[in-house]
Write a protein of this length. Structure first.
Length: 241
C-alpha cells in the first residue's frame, strides 16, 4: 500500500487508494485512544465535529464512494474498508460513522449490513426515505431525481418497489443496540425531517433504542452540525464509555 502524506488542517494525514478509490486517514495530534470515526461522504464538508474527535485522540478516516446515493453494490466495500483500517492501523474493530445528508444514508445502510463493525453513529439530516429525497414525492424539493436514477441505474417504477431504503433496514440498528446522535433542521426543504429522520426517531422511541436528537429551529438542510461540536462528541462518548 502506497501512502502519500499531506496536511489536513494542522493534522498529519495520508492519502492512498482502496479498491481503486481515494481513501484518507488522519492522525490525532494528541495521544491516540485506539478509536476512530468514519466520515461516510463529503469528507471536507462541515468538519468541526470530526476535528473535535481528532482533538480527543480519535483517528479520522474516509473512503470515496462510487456515488453519493449508497447503492447496494457499494456496501460490501464499506465493510472491507472498516476491517482494513482496523487491521492496518491497529485501531478498534468498530468505527463511529459520521454521516451527513447522503452520508447519513451510507451510515445507516452500512450499520444495518455490518452491525458488528459499528460502535455508535452521528448522523445529520440523514436521507432515510428515497421517495422523499431525491425523488421529491412528498414535501422535499431536492431536485436530485435525475442524478439519482442515473447513478443507481433504476427507473422510477423500480424505486417505488425498492425495499432497501434506509427506513427499510433501520430496525436492525435498534435491534443491535447501536446508539445514535442525530441532528436535523425543522425547516429542511431538501431532506425534510418529517419524511426522513423522524421515522428513525419514532422507531427508536418505540423500541427503547439509545438515541439523542437535536432539532434546530428554523434551520434548513445546511449548515450541518451544532454551533458547539463538543455537544455531539460528548454524547457519543456517553454511549461508548
Amino acid at each position: 500500500m502506497q501512502y502519500e502524506k499531506f496536511e489536513y488542517f494542522n493534522y498529519e494525514a495520508y492519502k492512498f487508494e482502496f479498491d481503486g478509490l481515494k481513501a484518507i486517514v488522519v492522525k490525532p495530534n494528541v495521544k491516540p485512544n485506539g478509536k476512530w470515526v468514519y466520515k461516510t461522504e463529503y469528507f471536507t464538508a462541515f468538519p468541526d465535529t470530526q476535528n473535535e474527535f481528532l482533538d480527543r485522540g480519535y483517528h479520522l478516516c474516509y473512503n470515496e464512494n462510487f456515488t453519493r446515493w449508497a447503492p447496494d453494490s457499494d456496501l460490501e466495500r464499506k465493510g472491507r474498508f472498516i476491517k482494513f483500517i482496523s487491521k492496518e492501523f491497529g485501531l478498534s474493530e468498530k468505527c463511529i460513522p459520521i454521516g451527513m445528508s447522503c452520508g447519513g444514508m451510507y451510515a445507516v445502510k452500512t450499520a444495518a449490513k455490518f452491525p458488528e463493525l459499528i460502535e455508535a453513529m452521528y448522523i445529520d439530516a440523514p436521507v432515510m426515505n428515497l421517495l422523499s429525497c431525491p425523488c421529491d414525492l412528498g414535501v422535499a424539493k431536492s431536485g436530485f431525481i435525475n442524478e439519482f436514477l442515473k447513478a443507481v441505474n433504476k427507473t422510477m417504477a423500480e424505486v417505488i418497489s425498492y425495499r432497501m431504503h434506509p427506513i427499510d433496514v433501520m430496525h436492525v440498528l435498534v435491534e443491535k443496540d447501536i446508539p445514535i446522535v442525530m441532528v436535523a433542521g425543522d425547516s429542511d426543504t431538501v431532506v425534510p425531517y418529517e419524511e426522513n429522520g423522524a421515522l428513525l426517531e419514532k422507531l427508536y422511541t418505540e423500541k427503547g433504542g439509545r438515541l439523542i436528537v437535536h432539532i434546530k429551529k428554523g434551520a434548513d438542510h445546511h449548515p450541518h452540525g451544532l454551533d458547539d461540536p463538543n455537544i455531539i462528541v460528548n454524547e457519543i462518548e456517553s454511549f461508548i464509555k
